[in-house]
Every structure is written in structure tokens, then in C-alpha cells.
Design a protein around this ligand. Structure first.
Ligand code: F6R
Length: 239
């Protein structure tokens, strides 16, 4: 696992963008796995800037990691909406794949999504990390062998998400790529910024490999780059 520590969030976002831009330049028809959340916002701003300077996304295929169950794509809190608003509407990407939280038969949807990923191997998967060590919505206890499926969100994740949902009911279930699905990606980058991620980063890099901390599965993968800022690295550095 390669660890890159950057001075701050801005530098971290630029470093991640550099990796994705070089992947797209090397292989214009790359398959890219996208994540949502606060951490990737800076990276997506950099990708939009790169597109304005000519970076072509037209041959890229995307797969997103997760979506809330029963939340329509048009809902402002849906991850579909997040991706459109923060990235897809601003670049010339055409082949977009996102989990559909309102699919008629969500179980069949998960199977089809998993199969589609198997046929279109992800070249580069972008990940954030939850404070509890989740990746995608694979919460603590998720099997390392898990595939795309319907998951129950942990109490902590539901509490953290409640700030986005204001007065509305926070979804308790989601569709998520499995851990084994994520591990099939050729290359993975994981981004983490801020003090509140320091414990998860310590566990990811130095902790025991265990299903209690889903991100530790990444230590079994040959090509993972973890990009963190000083604060996310603060426990490991003993600050
Ligand atoms: C989102 C996702 C989650 C987030 C994680 C970190 O698609 O899969 O695993 O990456 O919860 O979220 P932020 O960046 O908001 O701290």
C-alpha cells in the first residue's frame, strides 16, 4: 500500500486529480469507479477544471459505489443527484452507471450491476473512508467476500448522514458495491482528510486486517494508494 501525505485538503485533491488525469490520458476508455461524500468534492472540482482545459471523458465508463435504497434519483440527497450536480453535469462523460435505489427489484438490480462490473473491469476505483472504517457502504462486519447488495447502514453512518437530510427521514438501507467487487479493481485510490479520519487511517494502515474494519481488506490488494492530509495522519505520526 502506497501512502502519500499532503500538507492539506487542497494539495490532497490535486494529487488525486493528477492520478486520475494521467489514467485517462494513458487509457481514454478507462473504467472509473466514483465515490460520493465531502472528501471527493475537491477532487471533482479539479477534474472539472481539467475538462475545461480539454480533458476528454467521452470514452470513459463510470460506476458509482453506492446509493440509498428507496430514494429517487431526483431527490437532492440522493447520490445520483450528488454526482450529477458535482461532476457529471460539468464534464462530457456519456457512459454513466449508478445504482438505482428505486429499482423495481433491487436484488436483481444488484446482481445485474455486479455482472456489468465483472464485464467492464474497473481500472481505477476512487474511495473515501468512513470514521468506522467503512468503504462504499460496507459497514463493519461486512464480509470481505461480499458483492453488490442491499446493506443496512450502521447507527453511526445514519447519525452522520442526518445532517444532510435535515427534517427528512434518513435512509437506513443502501445499495453498495461489495468488498470483493471493490478489490477486483485494477488500481484503487483512497482519500481521507481531517482529524476525524485519523483513527480510521491508523486502523487501515497499521491495524489488524479484520472484517470489523472493512477498509483493512485493501491491504490484500496489490495496487492501492492512500492519499491523506496531515490531520488524517496525525494519530499515526503521534501528533
Ligand atoms: C460514498 C461512500 C462512503 C464515503 C465515506 C466518507 O460513496 O462510499 O464510503 O466515501 O462515508 O464520506 P465523507 O467523504 O463525506 O467523509
Amino acid at each position: 500500500m502506497k501512502i502519500i501525505e499532503k500538507e492539506d485538503y487542497n494539495e490532497l485533491s490535486k494529487e488525486a486529480a493528477k492520478i486520475i488525469i494521467s489514467q485517462i490520458k494513458k487509457k481514454p476508455n478507462s473504467v472509473i469507479g466514483f465515490a460520493t461524500g465531502n472528501t471527493v468534492l475537491g477532487l471533482y472540482k479539479e477534474l472539472i477544471k481539467a475538462h475545461k482545459k480539454g480533458l476528454d471523458f467521452s470514452k470513459i465508463t463510470s460506476f458509482n459505489l453506492d446509493e440509498y435504497l428507496n430514494l429517487p434519483k431526483s431527490d437532492k440527497q440522493s447520490l445520483n443527484f450528488f454526482m450529477k450536480h458535482n461532476l457529471f453535469n460539468h464534464i462530457n462523460i456519456k457512459k454513466i452507471n449508478m445504482p438505482d435505489g428505486t429499482a423495481k427489484n433491487p436484488k436483481n438490480f444488484c446482481k445485474d450491476y455486479e455482472n456489468k462490473i465483472r464485464l467492464n473491469k474497473i481500472d481505477l476505483q476512487i474511495l473515501g473512508i468512513g470514521r468506522n472504517g467503512h468503504i462504499g457502504f460496507n459497514e463493519p462486519g461486512s464480509k470481505f467476500t461480499s458483492r453488490t447488495r442491499i446493506v443496512n447502514l450502521s447507527k453511526q453512518t445514519i447519525k452522520e448522514n442526518s445532517k444532510f437530510f435535515k427534517n427528512k427521514k434518513v435512509p437506513k438501507k443502501a445499495i453498495s458495491l461489495g468488498i470483493s467487487t471493490i478489490l477486483k479493481s485494477k488500481k484503487i485510490i483512497l482519500l481521507a482528510a481531517g482529524k476525524n479520519k485519523a483513527r480510521a487511517i491508523k486502523n487501515l494502515i497499521k491495524g489488524k486486517i479484520t472484517e470489523k474494519v472493512p477498509a483493512t481488506a485493501l491491504r490484500k490488494h496489490k495496487n492501492v494508494t492512500v492519499i491523506i492530509d496531515k490531520e488524517a495522519n496525525s494519530i499515526l505520526r503521534g501528533i
